[in-house]
Design a protein around this ligand. Structure first.
Ligand SMILES: [Zn+2]
Length: 178
């Protein structure tokens, strides 16, 4: 196939696949896809595509285990959680898909990590982050002391970023601060 033919094929695929990858602009989206609503369906599609890619990659790398609680779950109950949020990543870090994300289960681990209720220490052991009460406290205590399955040398820096991001806030809110 010549390059023009390949280009046409790509263009056609881009138009037919609603969740095309993020190319940093909306110029290829026709106006009728935005009618009447603020929802950016195009960006949503790109996010879903990335989520599918990250999850599949992590499943192949580490199997269908939650990196935090360590339990095995059906794939649909695991999500690819960004250790360092996409918005805070450099372009190079965003491309480091193997190490910047991990699998976390939908039974609380994903949210507890994202919200900073748990963090992962320098040695890869889960530590308590911001305090929670009741059920949240119980869940946190169930994770503290476990080894995070996704912590290794290449991902260490991302966990450090997450710890710093949440502990930084906690330290500033500490009652010992005058
Ligand atoms: Zn879990």
């Amino acid at each position: 196939m010549d390059s023009e033919g390949a280009l046409q094929l790509l263009r056609r695929a881009g138009l037919e696949i609603t969740d095309a990858p993020d190319r940093g602009g909306h110029e290829e989206v026709s106006a009728d896809q935005y009618l009447g609503g603020p929802t950016d369906t195009w960006a949503l599609g790109a996010a879903r595509t990335e989520q599918r890619f990250l999850r599949n990659q992590q499943l192949q790398l580490r199997g269908s285990f939650c990196s935090l609680c360590g339990h095995s779950f059906p794939e649909q109950l695991l999500v690819a959680a960004h250790i360092k949020p996409r918005s805070a990543c450099s372009e190079k870090e965003r491309m480091d898909t193997r190490n910047v994300s991990m699998l976390a289960c939908l039974f609380g681990c994903d949210a507890l990590f994202e919200l900073g209720y748990v963090v992962v220490g320098e040695s890869g052991v889960i530590e308590a982050g911001k305090p929670g009460a009741g059920q949240v406290k119980d869940r946190i205590e169930g994770l503290v002391g476990r080894k995070c399955l996704a912590h290794d040398e290449p991902s260490r820096g991302y966990f450090a970023w997450h710890r710093q991001a949440h502990f930084g806030k906690l330290i500033r809110q500490s009652p010992t601060t005058p």
